[in-house]
Write a protein that binds this ligand. Structure first.
Ligand SMILES: NC(=O)c1ccc[n+]([C@@H]2O[C@H](COP(=O)([O-])OP(=O)(O)OC[C@H]3O[C@@H](n4cnc5c(N)ncnc54)[C@H](OP(=O)(O)O)[C@@H]3O)[C@@H](O)[C@H]2O)c1
Length: 332
């Protein structure tokens, strides 16, 4: 039996990821959708109807003012994450905000400051951090299964055709591949090899100014990571982590992994004995939802697995890449 009353969620920005997230939310025990909000009341009512949410609002602010909502999930385009997170935090709500937590370090710091000032929980919704495969891979590395990791090769790339006004290409919405997709390869390099000593980065741009492809080499005292993001080519979307005693391969699509290969020594793939099958519950958002619930119920203001400092480290990495590639947003 649960010792707590169910955690009441409010969902704002009812687009693609909000649907996927809510489907997983419904798989988690001891939580409920209390309210949903859109810029359009019709859209909010239709979403509420689809998922049996009791309340629908035609503005995000109305949801922030709802005293029955405990925690707000923010699923709007990146450019609005900082302002909306801060508004929710100042209304006393706990916040789980989609990645990237914000567009630059200054914005991320402002969100963290608002969370601290209001004494509420806040986390970037970096779901891959809680994926069972990623947890197992990090544990393998920590316990020395593949020796010292000194090379990582990871991308997140696929071909897509977007309208120039879409959030992928529109600079007002912080478009581009790096902040949308590149954060994942940066995350894996950061988790496995740490903060790079040096970054060498280059990008190709759409006429809107959004980066179509960004490639970066992270240099460390003990090795290199190659990270790549883009939406102009297909890719195997694999992550490969190499150490002195072996290697790990997380197959397609690595950041929402369902298992991984660990090959010890210097040999080929051989057979499936090297595969560790770790299917996710739901799509895999369930784990960040569980983490948010656990932290809030324990009175923790941040997650130990994906802390405020982790979000700051990651945004500093993407800021360093952007400085080299010249990617700047009109509102910065
Ligand atoms: N964790 C993941 O796997 C994952 C996957 C995809 C996306 N994301 C993140 O989630 C966020 C949203 O991505 P998405 O793919 O769900 O985008 P989307 O389908 O375009 O939905 C975004 C929603 O934000 C709201 N919105 C507020 N201001 C807007 C504006 N100026 N223009 C357009 N929409 C606006 C809209 O909801 P209303 O009309 O209801 O107000 C819209 O439906 C992004 O930050 C992205 O990085 C995460």
């Amino acid at each position: 039996m649960a010792n707590h009353s169910p955690l009441k969620w409010g969902i704002i920005g009812l687009g693609k990821i909000a649907h996927a997230f809510v489907k997983d939310l419904l798989l988690v025990e001891d939580v409920e959708i209390s309210a949903v909000a859109s810029r359009s009341i019709e859209k909010a009512k239709s979403f509420a109807n689809e998922y049996n949410a009791p309340k629908a609002y035609g503005s995000y602010t109305e949801l922030f003012q709802d005293s029955e909502v405990d925690v707000v999930y923010i699923a709007t385009p990146h450019d609005s994450h900082a302002n909306l997170s801060i508004e929710a935090l100042n209304a006393g709500k706990h916040v789980l905000c989609e990645k990237p937590l914000a567009v630059n370090e200054q914005q991320v710091q402002a969100i963290i400051d608002a969370a601290k000032a209001n004494g509420v929980f806040m986390m970037e919704a970096f779901w891959s951090r809680f994926n069972p495969t990623i947890l197992a891979v990090l544990e393998d590395i920590k316990s020395g299964k593949i020796g010292e990791v000194n090379y990582v090769n990871v991308d997140f790339t696929f071909y897509r055709e977007d309208d120039v006004n879409s959030r992928m290409l529109n600079m007002e919405l912080a478009g581009g591949s790096l902040l949308d997709m590149g954060v994942y390869p940066c995350f894996l390099a950061y988790m496995t090899m740490g903060i790079p000593d040096e970054i060498l980065a280059s990008a190709r741009f759409h006429e809107t100014g959004a980066d179509l492809q960004t490639s970066a080499i992270f240099k460390y005292k003990h090795g290199f990571a190659n990270v790549m993001s883009g939406f102009v080519s297909q890719s195997d979307m694999c992550a490969k982590i190499y150490g002195t005693k072996g290697r790990i391969l997380i197959p397609w699509i690595w950041h929402e992994a369902q298992g991984y290969y660990r090959i010890e020594g210097n040999k080929g793939m051989e057979n499936d004995k090297t595969f560790f099958d770790l299917p996710t519950k739901g799509k895999g958002f369930t784990y960040e939802i569980e983490e948010t619930k656990k932290c809030i119920q324990n009175g923790q203001l941040q997650s130990k697995l994906w802390s405020h400092q982790n979000s700051l480290d990651l945004i500093r990495i993407t800021d360093r890449i952007r400085k080299q590639t010249g990617l700047k947003y009109p509102f910065e």
